[in-house]
Design a protein around this ligand. Structure first.
Ligand code: FAD
Length: 418
């Protein structure tokens, strides 16, 4: 057994949430241990992650943006339409006076870029492959038993423990935090397509179908990432079929004619869609973040954006605590985080859940209501601007004691690297 080590922060899980949190803490000079079960050299999958402009500002503040920007494609316009319906909603960056609504970065590049950023910190240690075997809460610390390779054990005393170990979080179970799961009975099929004609630069598309939705996100001028949410049975048939790439390409052209002709498409990769909401975020000197705390349907592309809002909150709280020589695992600080994060998260959860439920196409009135909603969104500019402010994350939740439910509206003034 190795000698006991002391750190300020122990994080379980080095996915997107764990890496972003580790970076925030390391940048503030905290001593961090990051425990990951995945061995070195395995990085992410082929999904593309769309991030709002506010999230780009957060990544920049955390010192991560310079490691990610070369693989980011701008989104300036989003065309939202309904198959067989009238009207298209045009969402444009100039409505918010921003250089872009956001960016798209392949999941693999996000994971790789963040891990390379973490290597610059001498005050951060990544322990992998390893996993947290047990936690014991004390009044001033948490004692964590870490199982490293060959069943060796390491004991770490941490002022604060964060569970960022994904939807099946072991830390959530150890903390006895209950969660609610909803199975949408849908799958997201993800595929990259090469296009014969480049769409207008910076364009993304979202199309609502009778039973599902399909989005095309720019990866480079002639390549887009497709996320097609469809009933689970239909998705299973696609995944099991040995149909050639042409059949799949033609199906994509049929549901998204705006990007046709499709020259080639990679075989789809399936993601079963479930939402998960943890009943609490904190327990003693531990908290959970990312999919461990809240997993949302990808229809609104909000999951990692929400995580970055949380990391932004933690960064601000820790900064204040360090300036005043306070304990970063203090109950009052953790409660402040939990309260500030909750309202914001629930608002986004309600928005994506409503969209996801409607993707099932239930109800005779739905197509009409959806059309009317899209008409309103396109023609009432205040409505559109407020919708965009929320979904681009340029307003972030405020800390207790600050005015109003939202803190500053971030404009990105002086930040021109998107
Ligand atoms: C199809 C699809 C499209 C999406 N598109 C978008 C989008 O456009 N925009 C957006 O913002 N979000 C999007 N999301 C959501 C986004 O992918 C998630 O929010 C994000 O990946 C969550 O990351 P995480 O770190 O919480 O979880 P995970 O990625 O699951 O990471 C958990 C990490 O913990 C590790 N781990 C697990 N158990 C242990 C253990 N016991 N000990 C140590 N380590 C452990 C795992 O190996 C992993 O590295 C999408 C999701 C899907 C499915």
């Amino acid at each position: 057994m190795n000698p006991t080590k002391k750190v300020d922060l122990l994080i379980a899980g080095a996915g997107l949430a764990g890496c972003a949190t580790a970076c925030a803490a390391a940048q503030l000079g905290l001593n961090v241990a990051l425990v990951e079960s995945r061995p070195e050299g395995i990085y992410g999958d082929n999904r593309a992650i769309a991030l709002g402009f506010g999230s780009v500002l957060t990544l920049n503040q955390l010192g991560l943006w310079s490691h990610l920007s070369e693989n980011a494609s701008q989104v300036k316009h989003i065309h939202v339409s309904r198959q067989g319906g009238m009207g298209t909603v045009h969402l444009n960056s100039h409505l918010l006076h921003l250089p872009a609504l956001g960016v798209v970065i392949p999941h693999k590049c996000l994971q790789l870029g963040m891990e390379s950023a973490l290597r610059q910190y001498g005050n951060l240690r990544i322990i992998r492959p390893a996993s947290v075997r047990g936690l014991e809460q004390k009044s001033d610390s948490v004692i964590a038993e870490i199982e490293v390779h060959d069943h060796a054990t390491e004991i770490i005393h941490a002022t604060l423990v964060i569970g960022a170990d994904g939807v099946n979080s072991k830390i959530r179970r150890m903390l006895d935090i209950a969660s609610t799961i909803h199975d949408y009975q849908q799958n997201a099929l993800v595929s990259d397509v090469d296009l014969a004609c480049p769409p207008a630069s910076g364009s993304a598309y979202e199309r609502f179908l009778d039973h599902g939705s399909v989005a095309a996100l720019p990866l480079n001028p002639k390549k887009m990432s497709i996320v097609w949410n469809m009933p689970a049975m239909e998705a299973q048939a696609w995944l099991e079929s040995d149909s050639s790439g042409t059949v799949w390409s033609k199906a994509i052209e049929r549901v998204l004619p705006q990007i046709a002709p499709v020259r080639s498409a990679t075989p789809p990769l399936g993601f079963p869609l479930k939402s998960l909401t943890a009943q609490r975020r904190i327990s003693g000197r531990a908290l959970i973040i990312g999919n461990a705390a809240c997993q949302v349907h990808p229809v609104g592309a909000q999951g990692f954006n929400l995580v970055l809002d949380d990391v932004n909150l933690l960064f601000r709280l820790w900064k204040q605590a360090i300036e005043h020589n306070l304990d970063i695992g203090d109950t009052f600080l953790l409660r402040s985080f939990s309260i500030a994060s909750r309202d914001h998260q629930q608002r986004i959860l309600r928005l994506t859940d409503r969209l996801a439920q409607r993707l099932k196409g239930d109800g005779l009135l739905w197509p009409w209501l959806h059309g009317a909603g899209m008409f309103a969104l396109d023609h009432i500019s205040g409505f559109k601007t407020s919708f965009l402010r929320q979904t681009t994350h340029i307003t972030t939740p405020s800390l207790p004691g600050q005015e109003g439910p939202w803190s500053s509206h971030r404009t990105g003034e002086g930040f021109s690297h998107v």
